[in-house]
Design a protein around this ligand. Structure first.
Ligand code: XMP
Length: 511
């Protein structure tokens, strides 16, 4: 399989560059800028992309590349900081832009020289997205200019003989109109990519490698029903069948029919599927508990207890499978580069199960690739496209104390909400949406009678990272259908409200 190497200079966009490359069916990996030319040679990429970054290439202590990188005979594309680094390393000059010259932020009209391979076949003029305060005052020997904007004469540079290209703008962001075409040109016309990264191929490669690793050993996996653990389970099931045990702890806090759906999805594989019905146990522990953090703690601890008990029954296993995915790996810090954010899935190995080695079969995949692989493995769409669902489940969507009745009421209402949203395809417009049982009662009237029932809140958000979110502008007629159905079909609810707060100041979940 052909590989492209992305060197990360602390850009918020290096993940995005990787996704864009993979979308063009070319495999790539993100590595820290500090890798040596020898390490790069060993990795044997068909092309190298230098990412953007927050620093100035001429500043003391700013990240630099091993200059021998430019002697490997491998094409290089520098983006923003990466572009300036090419200029800086190869003898050009980068300086801070003065106010009235080449400092650019945001959408910028850009003119391309379409005789340059990087821009071949493009419209000569289009919008690109810029974010730079430095610019190349002098390009290195052997380079020519191949793109400019009104403010900046050095938006694009190239040395076609050596295969070195640099752009000041970000081709990976959607605001850059011909960004995908530019990356396509770099990958296919310049690096000679053939487009051999497909999930069908990955499936075969991963299965072979899992079989080699596991041999005749046994593997254990905690299945939550979320996308990552489900796809990891399906891939393992396909690879090692009955050597795999999946433990699915049903804590009774799932959405309507979810437990059965998960079980049904795995019935086609010859694996040991253990569904632990622990509803009574969880609800017993949660009885009378109102504080959200206490709920989380109880559920987390109880989950470990139940899983541990099941694992003990199974005995020692050689392998524990985790559904870690590539963004977790990148965000946890790339080897010796700065840690951006630590992530609970990486590094924090559970110490309560007796196993020799961890297997992370999705470790190199992005979320959309995980979904594609799930489809490839024949998992149903409702599992593959599942929206994120918190580990503590509906326990943090029933405000205050939890009872089985309240959970059942919420399950019905939440199901209707999801059903109506899906019917009109509005699920594609939101990243997460659900119902919350507020536990607040108010007076209503139904038929001729007075009611005194619960208020249900609907929540729908759009977000890319779940760190910030905006409330979804769900069409009124859709809200109307949901509201009418819920008050008519679900006993115990007589009032529906829609949450119109963003995050911050609110959070996505209510607890
Ligand atoms: P908040 O409510 O913090 O949620 O804005 C951000 C995202 O995290 C999910 N979430 C959780 N996921 N355990 C989880 O596994 C939790 O305790 C938890 N709390 C919130 C939430 O659904 C949203 O996607």
């Amino acid at each position: 399989m052909q590989k492209v190497l992305i060197l990360d200079f602390g850009a918020q966009y290096s993940q995005l560059i990787a996704r864009r490359v993979r979308e063009q069916n070319v495999y790539c990996e993100v590595k820290p800028f500090s890798v040596t030319a020898q390490q790069v040679r060993d990795f044997a990429p068909i092309g190298i992309i230098l990412s953007g970054g927050p620093q100035s290439v001429y500043a003391a202590g700013s990240p630099q590349v091993d200059p021998d990188l430019f002697t490997l005979g491998v094409p290089v594309l520098g983006i923003c900081y990466g572009c300036q680094l090419i200029a800086h390393t190869l003898g050009g000059e980068v300086t801070a832009a003065q106010d009235d010259t080449a400092r650019e932020y945001g959408k910028t009209r850009t003119v391309f020289d379409t005789s340059c391979k990087l821009f071949a076949g493009l419209r000569e003029e289009s919008v690109t997205w810029m974010s730079h305060g430095d610019y190349m005052a002098k390009v290195p020997a052997g380079f020519t200019l191949c793109a400019h904007s009104d403010a900046c004469p050095t938006v694009g540079i190239c040395d076609e003989t050596r295969g070195f290209y640099g752009v000041q703008f970000h081709p990976e962001v959607n605001h850059t109109e011909q960004g995908a075409e530019i990356l396509h040109n770099f990958l296919y016309a310049i690096c000679g990519a053939v487009g051999d990264w497909t999930m069908a191929d990955y499936r075969q490669t991963a299965i072979r490698s899992i079989r080699e690793t596991v041999g005749t050993g046994r593997a254990l996996l905690a299945l939550s029903g979320g996308v990552d653990s489900s796809v990891a389970a399906a891939l393992m099931a396909e690879a090692i069948g009955s050597q795999l045990t999946c433990v699915f702890v049903d804590h009774g806090l799932m959405r309507k029919d979810e437990g059965d759906e998960v079980e049904a999805a795995f019935s086609k594989w010859d694996i040991h599927f253990v569904r632990v019905n622990a509803e009574g146990r969880f609800l017993g522990k949660l009885a009378g508990v109102c504080d959200p953090e206490t709920k989380r703690k109880i559920i987390g601890e109880e989950f470990i207890r139940v899983f541990e008990a099941e694992a003990k029954k199974i005995g020692a296993v050689e392998f524990l499978v985790q559904g870690t995915i590539y963004p977790d790996v990148i965000e946890s810090g790339l080897g010796n580069s700065a840690v951006i954010k630590s992530h609970h899935n990486v590094g924090g190995l559970p110490d309560y199960v007796d196993f020799k080695q961890i297997i992370e079969p999705l470790r190199m995949l992005f979320k959309d690739e995980v979904r594609q692989l799930g489809r490839e493995l024949g998992l149903p769409e409702y599992l593959v496209m599942r929206q994120p669902f918190p580990g503590p489940g509906l326990a943090i969507r029933v405000i205050g104390d939890i009872t089985k009745d309240k959970l059942d009421t919420l399950r019905e209402a939440d199901f209707i909400f999801r059903d109506e949203v899906a019917k009109v395809g509005y699920d594609r417009q939101m990243n997460q949406y659900f119902a919350v049982l507020t536990s607040m009662r108010s007076v209503g009237v139904m038929g001729d009678g007075r009611t005194y029932d619960y208020t249900l809140a609907l929540r729908g958000v759009t977000t890319t990272d779940f760190m910030t979110a905006d409330w979804a502008r769900i069409p009124y007629d859709l809200l109307d259908r949901v509201s009418t159905r819920i008050v008519n079909e679900v006993r115990g609810i007589n009032r529906i409200v829609y949450d119109i707060t963003s995050k911050p100041p609110a959070t996505i979940e209510w607890e």
